[in-house]
Structure formats: C-alpha cells, structure tokens
Write a protein that binds this ligand. Structure first.
Ligand code: GAP
Length: 443
C-alpha cells in the first residue's frame, strides 16, 4: 500500500466509522477543523486518561492543573510569545495569498501564477480576541498557544498547596490554539489542538540527568500505547532552530505517510520562564530548599505530547490490511479486510456482544449481558448482518473482544469470546466473564 493510499484510507475510515469528521460540514466545513465523533472521542479520552494515570496519578512527584484558556496578556508579553512566536510570511503581490517564507521554494504563486512576492514579514501565530463588549486595544486577549505557561504562572500556588519538593512536576491536558499559516495533513497540523504537557522543576545541576530520564519515559509511553517504534526518530534540534526558550530540544519524529515529522518534543527550558514571570510580575517565584534554606529559581525539563498527533500515530501504527480477508466463518471473503490493532487499553469499544439469533430467547439475555458489561466497559451490541460481517465491523474499529451469545448459551450458561488479534475463540462461563475481561482489559 502506498503511503498516500494509507492516508486516504485512514481518513475515509475515520469518517465512515465516526472517529473524525470535518467540522461544520453541513455549512461546507471550516478549513482544517475536525470533529471527533462517537468512536474518536472514546479513543482520544482513553489516550488522555492513560496519560494522566501514568504521569500524574501513579507518581508522587507530579500534580495536575486545569487552567483557563485565556490568560492575562502580560503572560504572553513576559513569556516572549508576543515578540517571538511567529513565522516569516511572504505575500503574492498579485493575489495577496500568503505563504510561509521558510518552506516556500517556488518561483510562481501556486494560486495565480504571479511571480512577485513581498519581502518576508513576521506573522504572530497567536489567536487574538477581545474580552468584554468593547473591541479596543486595551481589551485584547490571546488564546493560549501552549498549555505550558499556566504551569509557570501557577507555580507558587501549586507549591504552596501541594507541598511538593523539588524535583517535582506540574501536568496539564488542554486545548491550545495557533493561527497556523499552513495547516493540513488531516489532524497533524490544525489551528485548534490539544496538548498533554509536563513542566518538571529541578535544580540546574541536574538538567542532563532529568532530560535523559524524561526522554526514556516518553519512549516507554509510546511503546505502552502501541506506536510503531520502527517509525520513530529522535532528533536533536540545532541551536538556530530551537524555540527561543530552549537550551536543548529533542524532537520525537514519526514516519507519517506524508513524511517524517514531529510527534512530540522535550525541551530544557532552563529557568527562562520563571525568571521572565518573576521580573514582569514582581512576585517572588523562588523555591526555598527546606534542607539548607537556599532560595533559587528552579530549572525546567518540559516533555510535551500533542494529543491529536498521538491519535494519528496510534491509528497509523494500528492500521492493518489483510488481503483476501481472514474471516473466522465459512463465508468466502474476496476483498481485503481491515483490522485496527489498537492497544486494548485505548481501543474505543472494548467488547462487542453479538447474538447469533434475533429471536427473543437469545437477543434478550444477550442485551442483558451487554448492559451488565457496560457498567465497566464501553460495549457495542450488534445483531444485524451475518456474524462474519459483524466481526469485520468490530475488527475495523479495533474492538479487542467479541462475545457471541447462541442457543447453546441458554443450555450451558457459556458464551464464545473471540480475540481480535489471535482470532482464537473460547467458551467462557457467563459467571466468569467479568473476571475474564478484568484480567485482560485492565492493568
Ligand atoms: N510547550 C511547548 C510547545 O508547545 P511545541 O513543539 O510547539 O512545544 C508541542 O508543541 C506539541 O504540540 C507538538 O510536539 C505537537 O505534538 C503538538 N502541536 C503543536 N502544534 C500543533 C498543531 N498546529 N496541530 C496539532 N498539534 C500540534
């Protein structure tokens, strides 16, 4: 399968099965905005829940926050985003279409074939709006372009209320907004997206140790969620390409069908942000070491994870096509079959309950079983079409287990459980079914 084909197939699967569809579609859409549908929101929530569990809940050196999207504009002044968070733009003199100067290498405007362009001008990527009814300069606020700044600005309150000692981290999951000049490639680059970020506060002398430590943690996370490790690259970003706040950055890149691009990043932000905010706010943001009473501005290692890019990398890693099919029934399947080999922990639907007959004597207890399992897991009940078709429907959305309820179930109190990956089928007593899934679906 060519890479172009793969992307097309994935986008089409996402739309057809309700993972992701174009935003505002009945009005012709809104450029590069995407809505997560019923299965998409489950997968995305599972990714976020697992991330929170691994990096916040299961650690005693991490606390979370959920900050406002709009912050005092002085935050962005101090952080350097107002002066530095920009891309160079050139404009076609004929049709006034704008392009990113650093990636535009053509002689002609792709829109009107014009050949004259303006000199490059910096274009700030932050979205602006007005707070309150008066649309005037004094009321301008920005939608945050990264979640990170709230972790710096809230540092003293978190320190005081959580009684953490350095080294410790603050984590946050939330939306960020950037007025990207060239969004595209599905959910890879959008203007509204979600980030999962950690600011890990340390002593300066320890920065290399914690940089390596967090890089390893990121690698483990990627393996936990089933991202194909053969498609990952770790790229040290040279001095002249790093963000203004970073002394070392490693980008974790992924082989997407459209090329090797950034998935995540890890940066050593020094104490740049805290010192900028301390100077601008005139508040004391220093940490006092309880052991020796020494005061200092902590340094920071920042591992950052895009939620939407995680979603994309996970789907691309899981997408499998089986030529000629692999049906477990006698039905002859000529065309290829799609199996999403998603990690069980993040699969949107965990169990499908499939009665082998629509007759009440089978379908009623099957529905009851689905309702019982629903208390713990996201379950689909499906009684339409042949069993082979129903298995294929579930394989295509990555459901790890299908349970078939048949006439024998009425007699022996057992159901057949089919594993998505091995396709092995085993009879399991109804009384043991919850234990069976707890062992397999929960860690
Ligand atoms: N706080 C650091 C920071 O924001 P970044 O590399 O600019 O660093 C972090 O962004 C992550 O957010 C990226 O690694 C990527 O996963 C995601 N991301 C950035 N811009 C994005 C966009 N326009 N669309 C989707 N995800 C994006």
């Amino acid at each position: 399968m060519s890479d172009n084909n793969l992307m097309e197939k994935l986008v089409s699967l996402c739309k057809r099965r309700g993972f992701i569809f174009p935003g505002s579609e009945i009005y012709g859409g809104l450029a590069n905005s995407w809505d997560y549908g019923p299965l998409g929101v489950e997968l995305k929530n599972n990714i976020k829940k697992l991330w929170w569990k691994k990096f916040v809940q299961q650690r005693d050196d991490m606390v979370g926050i959920d900050a406002a999207l709009m912050m005092n504009p002085k935050v962005w002044q101090a952080s350097g985003h107002i002066s530095n968070f920009s891309d160079p733009l050139i404009e076609c003199k004929k049709c006034h279409t704008r392009f990113r100067a650093d990636t535009f290498d053509q002689k002609q405007c792709p829109n009107c074939k014009g050949t004259e362009f303006t000199a490059a001008k910096e274009f700030n990527l932050m979205f602006k709006t007005f707070m309150g009814p008066a649309e005037e300069e004094a009321n301008i606020v920005y939608f945050r372009p990264e979640t990170a700044q709230a972790m710096f600005v809230d540092f003293p309150q978190v320190l005081e209320t959580s009684r953490q000692r350095i080294p410790f981290g603050i984590a946050q999951i939330g939306k960020a907004f950037r007025n990207e000049i060239t969004p595209g490639n599905f959910i890879f680059r959008t203007r509204e997206f979600e980030q999962m970020e950690i600011e890990y506060f340390i002593q300066e002398k320890d920065w290399q140790k914690y940089f390596e430590y967090w890089l390893e943690e990121m690698k483990t996370w990627l393996s936990d969620i089933g991202v194909d490790s053969s498609k990952l690259h770790y790229v040290d970003i040279p001095d002249n390409e790093r963000a203004h706040y970073s002394k070392r950055t490693v980008d974790i890149e992924f082989d997407y069908p459209f090329g090797q691009r950034e998935l995540y990043g890890i940066a050593y932000r020094t104490n740049y942000d805290l010192s900028q905010h301390q100077n601008a706010s005139k508040q004391d943001l220093e940490y006092r070491d309880p052991e020796n009473g020494e005061k200092f501005l902590p340094h920071v290692i920042e591992p950052t994870f895009g939620v939407d890019r995680t979603f994309l990398a996970v789907l691309l890693s899981a997408y499998t096509e089986i030529e000629g099919g692999r049906s477990t029934t006698t039905e002859a399947i000529k065309e290829s079959e799609v199996v999403l080999k998603l990690d069980k922990k993040i699969a949107p639907v965990k169990i499908a309950v499939l009665p082998l007959s629509k007759k009440d004597e089978v379908s009623i207890p099957a529905r009851e079983l689905a309702n019982k399992l629903r208390k713990n897991w996201y379950v689909q009940y499906d009684e339409t079409g042949s069993i082979g078709k129903r298995y294929r429907r579930q394989d295509e959305i990555g459901t790890p287990y299908c349970v078939t309820y048949d006439f024998d179930s009425l007699e022996d109190g057992k159901v057949t459980v089919r594993d998505r990956d091995t396709m092995l089928q085993e009879r399991v007593a109804l009384a043991d079914l919850e234990k069976y899934f707890k062992e397999r679906l929960e860690d």
